[in-house]
Design a protein around this ligand. Structure first.
Ligand code: SAH
Length: 283
């Protein structure tokens, strides 16, 4: 990270919000969503046919927020059937408008259980895995300080901000970091009821190094898969804290790591999953 970038970040959302008119002028080409068009991920194709009515409903959402509420409620009911029972997580999934984080050409697919492209070869994770990871992280308790590696479009960070007291999220691709800030600011302005992200801070940097200045974290969540969990992140866990991460290359599994002592970590393997790769450095 250059010194100049260090001065510019982290971006505190409350600070960004007060700057919104200037931001609105910034239609920089680095905004990932602008070049997406109507790209559809392969795994969504079959679901699309079955969800045509959902598409129509969400398309009309801009004029009627109650419509997307209904579609989102259906998503939450599906999550419950898929095994996510944590009421706090389900309420957060109900509160955050997922369609507002994707390109408008993809908004109609925002509530099906699929990952969707957000530009720069990255994806917004499927709702099930987002909810599942948060439920495992929370484990029925209170989350004080959480670190997310891989902000992407900001969706998961937004959901986390509804379930944790303090959330820090790092992204290594500057254009996505800016896109997330833009999405979150727009939503905090337009959401009804009002949605605040005052407890969420975004950082541009290599999340493999974690955020030593803000550690320890009682929850760490990785949205990208490495061959192993970086040791810096293990060191930044609070004792009693939990880390959840996809691990692997082609074959990936969700791994839960609990820190049970100053030098003791317990690893357990959950289900198979599929995430974009964790990469080092910034772009
Ligand atoms: N949570 C995101 C998911 C984005 S996909 C969402 O809700 O949209 C995973 C993200 O991890 C990508 O944006 C990718 O650029 C980012 N990423 C990969 N390696 C990283 C690293 N070392 N540090 C920070 N971000 C990283």
């Amino acid at each position: 990270m250059t010194t100049e970038k260090k001065q510019k970040f982290p971006l505190s959302l409350s600070a960004i919000r007060s700057n919104s008119s200037e931001f609105a002028k910034d239609k920089s080409p680095s905004f990932a969503a602008r070049s997406l068009g109507k790209v559809v991920m392969p795994q969504t194709a079959t679901q699309n046919a079955a969800n045509k009515h959902v598409s129509a409903l969400v398309e009309s959402d801009r004029s009627n927020p109650l419509v997307s509420d209904a579609v989102r409620r259906a998503m939450v009911q599906r999550l419950e059937k898929q095994g996510v029972k944590d009421p706090i997580v389900l309420a957060a999934m109900m509160a955050v408008p997922r369609h507002a984080f994707v390109d408008s050409g993809l908004a109609s697919q925002a509530y099906i259980d699929a990952s969707l492209p957000i530009g720069h070869h990255q994806t917004i994770s499927q709702p099930y895995i987002v909810a599942r990871m948060m439920a495992v992280l929370r484990n029925g308790g209170v989350l004080n300080r959480v670190l997310e590696i891989g902000t992407g479009c900001g969706y998961q960070a937004a959901v986390l901000s509804q379930i944790a007291r303090e959330v820090h999220s790092i992204e290594r691709i500057q254009a996505l970091h800016e896109l997330a800030a833009h999405n979150l600011r727009m939503i905090s302005h337009t959401a009804s009821p009002t949605m605040s992200f005052a407890n969420l801070s975004l950082y541009y940097g290599d999340g493999m190094m974690g955020l030593p200045d803000c550690a320890p974290f009682d929850g760490i969540i990785l949205a990208a898969a490495g061959l192993k969990v970086p040791s810096e992140l293990l060191q930044q866990m609070a004792i009693g804290g939990r880390l959840i991460a996809p691990v692997g290359a082609r074959e990936q599994v969700l791994q839960l790591i609990e820190r049970v002592g100053p030098s003791d970590w317990v690893h357990s393997t959950l289900e198979h999953c599929h995430f974009v790769p964790l990469r080092s450095g910034i772009v």
